[in-house]
Design a protein around this ligand. Structure first.
Ligand code: GLA
Length: 458
């Protein structure tokens, strides 16, 4: 009986993935300038192309490798946080619980226990598991809460802790004499995330303090208007310091222990859009006002105002291709004890070489003394079909395996955060890059992350 149920469950999980219809077109990334507008997680800078995190050339022909298990045992015994599995779980609970106890786990290969728990539980000895959430999710929690609580113990605000969410234009303009060096901030937009995290005993990754994007132009001008002249280096450094002091101070004072990691600087190095040393210049008002060393000063101020339990991170995409560029630029801050870790965004595609190229980059950062977190994981595919989702599942499996193995070998890998809850909420909705489909059904990607045998090894 139990086996029958499990077969159905496996089939449903996989069918669920197939049933994931192509998400709506449109809603292309665009620069967010608004404060307090609810979004469904598609707001972004639009400057970074997707699926090009690395130029990995490894073929995606993973299907021939490894053997596919029947998955009849591995679909496990408990909730994956979806309705279909819940139904089955109930049946099993009624009819199979004593059998389960009798059988214990003796004959089940180690990894088949995976689905007995969610992601956070599975990797609790290794690292925390995070999820990026937009405010939309907090106002529709009935649809999402179970999956979130079953699988994640860390939250990143997808947009609501970025400068364009925290800076208060009106209040800054209204009192220019007092705000000229010290722009006003408010925390209204990120309150839903804070309250949810506090209520459920989850931690928050703060994202992000200093970034060329999603930081309003008025913050850099003489009169806090969009068309004003840019201020001097000294003025902007003072504004940077006060902003960092206010933001970190707010959390230190009101929510001690809540923030465990802070993306102090996001995406500062980019050869294609940078100066002769690869420091991002394009559309970067930090560069225009402060200069090429703007990122260094951000770390100086962050260290000054952060509490000891807030780890300070540099966060970037394409880390596989610019490992040395990043390490070179961070050297001074590192030597001065101003930085703790590197966030590898991990916006990947199924063509990326995770097992070697990504792994080597993560290892290199660790060996250079950095804590490493995968801060924005998603793995895009071109089409929403069964074959692509299978390959995607294998890639997710490789990703979690690589990170777990490195961690077990002593690398300080401390978090993996998935950048969004389901394909329809993703900024890459045309690439179906996440672990759950639009109906919150787990895709093979989820099973892969759970190390389930039904997902082929690369
Ligand atoms: C970058 C940023 C994220 C997010 C994504 C796109 O990776 O770090 O905050 O904006 O782009 O959603």
């Amino acid at each position: 009986m139990r086996k029958g149920i499990l077969i159905i469950m496996t089939a449903m999980l996989l069918l669920g993935a197939d049933a994931c219809g192509k998400a709506e077109e449109g809603n292309e990334p665009g620069v967010s300038d608004s404060m307090g507008t609810e979004n469904i997680g598609t707001e972004n800078t639009g400057t970074q192309s997707t699926g090009t995190e690395s130029k990995g050339t490894q073929s995606t022909g993973t299907e021939s490798k490894g053997t596919q298990s029947t998955g009849t045992e591995s679909t496990g015994t408990q909730s994956t946080g979806t309705e279909s599995t819940e139904v089955l779980q109930t049946q099993e609970g009624q009819e199979g619980s004593s059998e389960m106890e009798e059988n214990s786990t003796e004959n089940v290969p180690e990894e088949n226990n995976a689905l007995a728990v969610g992601l956070a539980e599975l990797y609790k000895e290794n690292f925390s598991i995070g999820i990026a959430l937009p405010n939309y999710v907090f106002s529709h929690m009935e649809e999402y809460e179970k999956v979130i609580l079953d699988n994640f113990n860390s939250i990143t605000c997808e947009n609501e802790m970025k400068p364009d969410s925290l800076l208060d234009k009106q209040a800054s303009q209204a009192d220019l004499e007092n705000t000229y060096l010290h722009a006003a901030v408010h925390f209204d937009n990120c309150m839903p995330a804070i309250e949810f995290a506090v209520k459920h005993n989850m931690k928050i990754r703060f994202h992000t303090l200093v970034w060329y994007s999603q930081t309003p132009k008025w913050f850099f001008t003489e009169d806090y208007t969009d068309n004003g002249a840019l201020v001097s280096r000294e003025t902007m450094l003072a504004r940077m310091e006060n902003y960092i002091a206010d933001v970190l101070g707010y959390f230190k004072e009101n929510y001690p222990g809540l923030i465990y990691a802070v993306d102090v600087v996001n995406e500062a190095f980019d050869k294609g859009n940078g100066d002769e040393n690869g420091v991002r210049m394009k559309d970067n008002r930090w560069y225009d006002t402060v200069g090429a060393d703007f990122y260094y000063h951000a770390f100086v101020f962050a260290r000054k105002y952060a509490s000891q339990d807030m780890k300070l991170f540099y966060n970037d995409y394409g880390c596989m291709d610019k490992t040395e560029l990043i390490l070179g630029h961070l050297k001074q801050a590192k030597e001065e004890g101003l930085i703790d870790g590197i966030g590898m965004q991990s916006h990947l595609s199924i063509n990326d070489d995770i097992r070697f190229k990504f792994m080597l980059a993560a290892k290199e950062f660790c060996e250079q003394g950095y804590e490493v977190q995968a801060t924005e994981l998603d793995i895009g595919v071109k089409e929403s079909d069964k074959g692509a989702f299978r390959t995607q599942g294998s890639k997710y499996k490789s990703f979690f395996r690589v990170m777990r193995d490195l961690q077990e070998d002593g690398c300080p890998i401390t978090n993996i955060t998935v950048w969004g809850l389901n394909d329809a909420l993703s900024w890459r909705k045309n690439e179906f890059a996440l672990m759950f489909d639009e109906n919150m059904e787990p895709k093979p990607a989820y099973l892969g992350a759970m190390m389930d045998d039904s997902v082929w090894d690369e």
